[in-house]
Design a protein around this ligand. Sequence first.
Ligand code: ZN
Length: 327
Amino acid sequence: MAYDEKVVRAARGRLEKRRRDAETSAAALRERMCGEIPRLREIEREKAAAIPELTHAILAGNADGAVERIQQKNLELQQEMAHILRSNGCDRDNFEPRYTCTKCGDTGYVNGAVCDCYRRLLQEEACNALSGLSAMRLTDFASLRLDYYDNAVDPKLGVSPREHMRDIIDYCRDYTAAFTPHGDSLLLQGATGIGKTHLCLAIARGVTEQGFGVVYGSVQPLIRRLEAEHFGREQGSSEDQLITCDLLVLDDLGMEFDTPFSRACLYNILNARLLEGRPTVVSTNLSISAMKERYGDQIASRISGGFVPLLCVGNDIRQIIRRQSLG
Ligand SMILES: [Zn+2]
């Protein structure tokens, strides 16, 4: 997939920082340990001297087994260094940098091909660029407050809204903790202002923190962006990203302007993700029958057939907060 320049720059920046950090901390450790234990510096010097010696011995045709002798000596030096470091409380055998990715040494390439770690960073950055991340940073499961939900039994539910929402929140928390890129899709349904967005953000944040590529967004701005790209006002491949990210969280379905373009986009994205077994979390205040009326059978049946429905209940939390702050 082609990524835009900003995404590539951000991913390369993170990769370079990983490499720099590994090298800086290895060099700092070398300085410190060699300062404390002069024998370590001698070993380093002897090891460095072995390289031209070895080249010379090979060029000279390995006279009298010189190559083996030098290799053996080098091995002993390595072992001595490891022993000194370990017995001085150090958790490593040498001063080589410890890269995050051992396959590519945090360069992003193995034998000229893009390494998986770099591919992963590109995907994460592309997701970040699309997501409303500032809200996500502030929101997690711990900050969901159950005391906003009524504690009296609701005859229709058979339990109190508080108890019901405790179950919903637990379900979403478990879903997030055990997230897999081929897991279930969730449909969070319920009236405006009862905590659906908070739940969406908490899921998005929790899954992001596990290193998956997550796109979170309200439907309207995402559609606006797709429109701008489709009609050439902006460059980008947001639709690919929305289809291929590990988790797509679409907040506020039903609040966007309903146009043939928005319907086509929603259908393409939801359908492609379902066909490829990729999970989507949708929040909406529409019932399935209202969805059918608004979007037609195609979209409504994709959602009713492919998503786990979670009914959110309660009073408008924003009004409760407003009342509390006034009173
Ligand atoms: Zn790598």
